[in-house]
Design a protein around this ligand. Sequence first.
Ligand SMILES: N[C@@H](CCC(=O)N[C@@H](CS)C(=O)NCC(=O)O)C(=O)O
Length: 208
Amino acid sequence: MRLYAYWRSSSAWRVRIVLHHKGLPFAITSVHLREGDQHAPEHTARNAMAQIPVLELDDGTCLAQSVAILEYLEETHPEPAMLPADPIARARVRQAVEIINSGIQPLQNLAVLIAIDGLGGDRVAWSRDAIARGFVGLEALASQTSGRFLVGDQLTLADALLIPQLYNARRFKVDLAPFPTLLRVEANCTGLPAFQAAHPDAQPDAGS
Ligand SMILES: N[C@@H](CCC(=O)N[C@@H](CS)C(=O)NCC(=O)O)C(=O)O
């Protein structure tokens, strides 16, 4: 498998965490977002949305949308499981995933920030508010569902989305003090080998 990614892309980072946690070998091709590589015809042929991540399977099939990729990996490589067996807990994982995937990340995507610049807005203030608002909902959920991790004591897809989003929150100087449960879960994740291997600083294009 080959992952088209950029070191600091939170959506690609989610996929790296799950690939590493499931012990799946993969190669990385860097798509330099700040240089606009995502708009090159060879990349839009892989994903017409001009975004990463894209996971290219060994037969050449290209999958896009990180959550679809994560669900594909879970279905094709069910061990170690990253969705709980219990349907309610499973729904809670997906609830947390969607808070981040559709309620936070798209609002601070590069294309959105460029549009805000174009409208004369303040991209940092915008992103800080968007992330903080989403984290209020996520903290409320996590205060009811968390154990060692965001939902219970099993590492799930929700944790794979949380850690990159916290990193982005710090980039935008979000005050994280109101989110103690999210920080506690983060502390339980960051030392795990999959999270260390998936960290932006450990990527071949780090700092580019
Ligand atoms: N919903 C998509 C979001 C993907 C996405 O926003 N990717 C960002 C990087 S994190 C991107 O490629 N941005 C390029 C741009 O904004 O031009 C997913 O989960 O894969």
